[in-house]
Design a binder for this molecule. Structure first.
Ligand code: 8YV
Length: 312
């Protein structure tokens, strides 16, 4: 008999229906009080299916004593208590690699848009301002200096794309990547001072909380541009808003925010900011591959007792 599965939050209708038709599933988002529901029924679930967005809180996990696996949709697992899961012998899977291209593509898109001000130019044309005057000059992209914070799988794909734009690339990680020929910069402030563009591709969570603080933004400076496709928590958002408003930072391209889906009101009126609603992996092709990988992990765990792509 298949074990009971707790499905935490809705993904595509295709995914929700397939999961519900192939397995014995309880859809948690349909319960008015998730924790009260788990107080009563949590002991029945052996597997949790969730996503980077919905995660699985420690409070939920505590209410599920026989859970053996958490299969998550997405590469970030900052919303899953991985240490607690590990201590309890619970396997956690995620969907790395299949989304690298799309997140790196979006990072480059936001970078080019922020520097060349494509979205602002689009607003200019739509507002019929062109006949009355020229759109202001923007900033060149090719040949510039790109700092990457977090040279992991996605960061490396951003670097590869940047080489097509003849950019110089340096990166900051907790430690140097022995397999990488890009120059490691041990100081984040020094990287920000050097860079024209600073792209964030590091994981979220406690270790990177507010890594990008006011001094880092000041080091990037009035001609510098910050691109965040990582997590909102990596940036001190108040400091970012202040730096943009006061002209201490040149611009920003942001796909992620501290309290999604809420975006700071002040950003909405700034023309030097490009805003996206967390769409890094959001293409038909990539989301389908992510879905397939969740199902493959689930099947592998149920058949062989081992997920395919565990969080390590
Ligand atoms: C989410 C993401 O998966 O993979 C991640 O970590 O942030 C996204 O791809 C997506 O928003 C659904 O939660």
């Amino acid at each position: 008999m298949e074990p009971r599965i707790l499905h935490v939050g809705p993904l595509t209708e295709r995914f929700n229906q397939r999961l519900a038709s192939e397995y014995d599933v309880q859809q948690l988002w349909k319960q008015s009080d998730a924790l009260a529901f788990l107080d009563e029924h949590g002991a029945a679930f052996e597997v949790v299916v969730t996503s980077a967005r919905f995660g699985c809180s420690a409070a939920m996990l505590q209410r599920m004593p026989i859970v053996r696996a958490i299969c998550s949709f997405g590469v970030g697992y900052d919303a899953i208590p991985v240490d607690e899961a590990r201590q309890r012998g619970i396997q956690v899977s995620y969907t790395p690699d299949v989304l690298n291209d799309c997140v790196a593509d979006l990072a480059m898109g936001l970078l080019i848009d922020s520097a060349r001000r494509i979205s602002a130019a689009d607003r200019f044309v739509r507002a019929s301002l062109w006949p009355a005057g020229h759109f202001p000059l923007a900033r060149k992209v090719s040949g510039k200096r790109l700092g990457i914070v977090g040279l992991g799988r996605i960061g490396k794909d951003v670097a590869r794309r940047a080489s097509g734009f003849d950019m110089q690339v340096r990166y900051h990680n907790r430690r140097p990547d022995a397999d990488s020929s890009y120059r490691f910069e041990p100081g984040l402030l020094a990287l920000a001072r050097w860079a024209d563009f600073l792209v964030l591709t590091c994981p979220g969570g406690a270790a990177t909380h507010h890594l990008i603080s006011a001094p880092v933004l000041d080091a990037l400076g009035p001609e510098g541009i910050l691109i965040n496709v990582a997590r909102g928590s990596v940036v001190d958002e108040q400091a970012l808003v202040a730096a943009l408003m006061e002209g201490r930072l040149g611009g920003a391209g942001l796909d992620v925010f501290q309290a999604e889906p809420r975006v700071p009101e002040a950003l909405l009126s700034l023309d030097n900011v490009v805003l996206a609603p967390h769409i890094g992996s959001g293409t038909e092709e990539t989301r389908l591959q992510m879905e397939e990988l969740v199902f493959a992990n689930l099947r592998a765990f149920l058949d062989k007792g081992e997920v395919l792509t565990p969080v390590v």
